[in-house]
Design a protein around this ligand. Structure first.
Ligand code: UDP
Ligand code: MG
Length: 322
């Protein structure tokens, strides 16, 4: 492969001034234990606090630390994508900055990689310090997603994982812009396994995933991996049409035979509201796909880089090798 660095650890960061130093310390400790060459790739996703400054200071002291600064906040998945694109290791690990994913688990992932696995994902056996709402919705979501797609998406798995260079290159070759990285990793295939871990509480600070970002990620996941919602609305529409025809026949016949009106105004109104609801929902579902088609046709990049610290030499080297 031509380049020395064996492991790249990609860390997306957005306003993580309270955790970044500890995160660097723990990652360094763990990666030093491998006794092999590594790099830590921090991707600063448009932080507006002192995160950038703090990482730049680390970069000055430790040239194994690389920093990719985005021009603004492009989102967690874009940051992971950028990190994977610039990483030059033979194995690439993606990990959150907040230490919810314990860095020590990376060593177990490396063990599996050395046994020949090309994707080693971290499976959350237990989640500590997260709200019931988050745990419940996330657990339901993974199961619904799995039921909706033919791709083998593992449940209770986030973006904490190790991937082989081959997988990283395969992901880089996928041109889509709405990137649901964990789904794409399942989609590309290769020899996959997992290690279980306990997901701890955030080391410090607040979650950077408010409800709106969570919903966007969830919808990206479904629309990027499955057409089933479109099938479901087709079936629901057909079912209600059939029920409508049968109900009309019953009402007309009753009226003709006995002259009685069996439907009240209230009932008709309620049924109308349900029908409107279903119609709008169907439009909404179609709209989600149309919006994503629109996004793709614009062909804008997934992210824009402001600058990269500590990378020039290797980036050039990698270009040559590839
Ligand atoms: N993150 C990011 N961009 C964003 C939101 C989050 O790079 O727009 C990073 C964040 O700094 C962290 C990781 O993505 O390293 C996961 O975010 P967070 O821990 O807030 O999510 P949660 O664990 O609460 O789902
Ligand atoms: Mg977190």
């Amino acid at each position: 492969m031509g380049y020395r660095i064996i492991y790249s650890v990609v860390v997306p960061i957005f306003n993580e001034e309270l955790v970044i130093l500890e995160s660097y310390k723990r990652l360094k400790e763990v990666m030093d234990m491998t006794n092999e060459e590594y790099e830590l790739v921090f991707v600063n996703d448009g932080s507006i606090d002192s995160t950038r400054k703090k990482v730049e200071l680390i970069c000055e002291k430790d040239d194994r630390v690389k920093l990719v600064n985005f021009s603004r906040n492009f989102g967690h998945q874009a940051a992971i994508t950028a990190g994977m694109n610039v990483a030059i290791g033979h194995a690439i690990v993606v990990i959150d900055a907040d230490l919810q994913d314990p860095p020590e688990v990376i060593l177990q992932m490396i063990e599996k990689w050395k046994q020949g696995y090309e994707v080693v994902y971290g499976k959350r056996a237990k989640r500590e310090g997260e709200t019931f709402f988050k745990k419940f919705t996330s657990s339901m979501y993974y199961r619904v997603l799995r039921g909706m797609t033919n791709v083998d998406v593992p449940v209770d798995v986030g973006d904490f994982r190790l991937i082989d260079r081959k997988v990283c290159d395969a992901l880089a070759s996928l041109p889509e812009k709405s990137r649901y990285v964990r789904g794409l990793v399942s989609w590309v295939g290769f020899k996959q396994t997992y290690v279980e871990f306990v997901r701890h509480e955030r080391f410090a600070g607040e979650t950077k995933y408010p409800l709106n970002k969570m919903i966007k990620l969830a919808l990206d996941g479904i629309t990027s991996l499955s057409y089933k919602p479109l099938g479901i609305i087709t079936y629901v529409g057909s079912l209600f049409s059939i029920i409508g025809v049968i109900a009309s026949i019953i009402v007309i016949t009753k009226n003709l035979i006995s002259g009685t009106h069996i439907l009240s105004l209230g009932l008709i109104l309620s049924l109308n509201i349900i029908m409107f609801g279903i119609a709008f929902l169907s439009h909404g579902i179609m709209g989600q796909y149309v919006a994503r088609i629109f996004e793709e046709t614009k062909e804008r990049p997934v992210y824009i880089i402001d600058n990269i610290v500590n990378y020039k030499q290797q980036a050039i080297q990698r270009k040559k090798v590839n």
